[in-house]
Design a protein around this ligand. Sequence first.
Ligand code: 9MG
Length: 274
Amino acid sequence: MQFGKHFISLSQPQVMGILNVTPDSFSDGGKHSSVQQAVEHALKMIEQGATFIDIGGESTRPGAPDVSLQEELDRTIPVIEALADKSECVISIDTSKAEVMTAAVNAGAGLINDVRALTGEGALEAAAQTDVPVCLMHMQGQPRTMQQNPTYDDVVKDVSVFLEHRVQACVDAGIDESRILLDPGYGFGKTLEHNYALVKYLPNIMDLGYPVLVGMSRKSMIGNLLNRNVDERLAGSISLATIVAQMGAQIIRVHDLQETADAVNIVKMLNTIK
Ligand code: 9MG
């Protein structure tokens, strides 16, 4: 698949490193030092096996506050520019704002990762005007309230239907199907049972015919099942990454690069055995 100027084969699972550039992520000893620290962290993840780096300036954790457009631009664009200059990875912009999408792609991003599936004002049009792929993620509700009472008739069917509708909206807006990736949106307006049903029936999402990106790293679906704090979820995160890689997910979004890349490399080896 073409991600801006980079071609990445998705015939084997790829790992995406998470780079949050929210104020609590890197020291605020000045704008330059926080950009430099973010880039250094990204370069380390690339060295450890990340093909993609997903840069986000808005926290989408349950209960997270909204971030202004200017704040999001200030947080993300300098990091994208600096990283695009220093590395050959695919930079993904994690945003729902049309203006951030446009600025990020102009700064060197090769993928738009939108947890709101391009439902924001002007987002479809902004994404259509770029030539980079878009990841459409399912979310029920909004981050502030999405975990209050998630309800579905049939979670796998409902998520699939939502994603199909968003694909159609993309196509209608002029986004070629070859530029679309899908994501069931683990943890976004879902109970523990909803999340694990979407793991078990991930093949149903893959059957929609688009590459699939998944993100489960350190999420509550691990912590709540295993009774683990956020810093104790490495084993659960790697287990889930291995399971979905084995099922055929194309891109796995994670915090812990080295450990996940090791697990994914084992799956890749198995995939080469006839
Ligand atoms: C930004 N972000 C946080 N969690 C995510 C997930 O599961 N998928 C995608 N595509 N983005 C996510």
